[in-house]
Design a protein around this ligand. Structure first.
Ligand SMILES: Nc1nc2c(ncn2[C@@H]2O[C@H](COP(=O)(O)OP(=O)(O)OP(=O)(O)O)[C@@H](O)[C@H]2O)c(=O)[nH]1
Ligand SMILES: [Mg+2]
Length: 193
């Protein structure tokens, strides 16, 4: 995908703040720290448009990035992050729920799994929750550079088996910029109107 423009448009905690145009949206979901914000930057060739952090729980609101004035990449708060305190966790959950319930233009979900944790209970719960909402889902193995080839292959097979995926997750690395063209190839048909 040729990126002509990519900009942060808005950040919202509930449906009143979501964009009300009808541009298609692709959401990035996954456990906290899986690398969602970093992947948005990598996909858009941007260094710091989406804020990432070593400390999990960085993204707490729903952030909308408009790409090529044609569609949005939507950065969601991490699923299941316990250390932010009960009130904040509730707010993050409410935001996630509000997003999935109200996003008419949500065309697909990229779900990031950390291949170093191929059988996370949080991923089980989150994937089940997303599948109930019936949106096209693509599972990625993020931060793939952190495993050696053989270990990565093993993790990909385990993720597919543990989560009963129809196919192996696509490995991506925002750091090494690998797998990005493959992600765009999957997204392209979902975002062209
Ligand atoms: N080695 C490596 N590290 C990565 C990669 N992608 C992200 N990271 C690191 O992982 C940490 C978390 O990345 P984020 O992009 O903030 O993760 P997130 O999923 O947005 O996290 P929350 O906003 O807390 O839900 C940061 O320290 C990143 O630098 C990658 O492809 N390879
Ligand atoms: Mg984030």
């Amino acid at each position: 995908m040729k990126i002509i423009s990519a900009e942060m448009v808005t950040s919202a905690a509930d449906a009143s703040g979501f964009p009300d145009d009808n541009l298609p949206q692709i959401a990035l979901a996954g456990r906290s720290n899986a690398g969602k914000s970093s992947l948005i930057n990598a996909l858009c060739h941007s260094r710091g448009m989406a804020r990432s952090s070593q400390a999990p729980g960085k993204t707490r609101l729903i952030n909308f990035y408009r790409v090529n004035d044609a569609f949005y990449l939507v950065d969601l708060p991490g699923f299941g992050y316990a250390k932010v305190g009960r009130d904040m966790r509730d707010l993050m959950e409410i935001a996630l729920r509000a997003y999935f319930d109200s996003a008419k233009s949500l065309k697909g979900v990229l779900y990031l799994v950390d291949p170093r944790v191929p059988d996370s209970p949080v991923d089980h719960a989150a994937l089940e929750w997303i599948l109930e909402r019936d949106r096209p889902l693509m599972v990625l193995a993020a931060r793939a550079d952190q495993l050696k080839k053989a270990a990565l292959e093993k993790a990909l097979a385990e993720i597919a088996k543990n989560h009963q995926l129809p196919e192996s997750p696509l490995p991506v690395s925002s750091l090494k910029k690998t797998g990005l063209d493959e992600v765009w190839a999957e997204l392209m048909p979902l975002v062209v109107q």
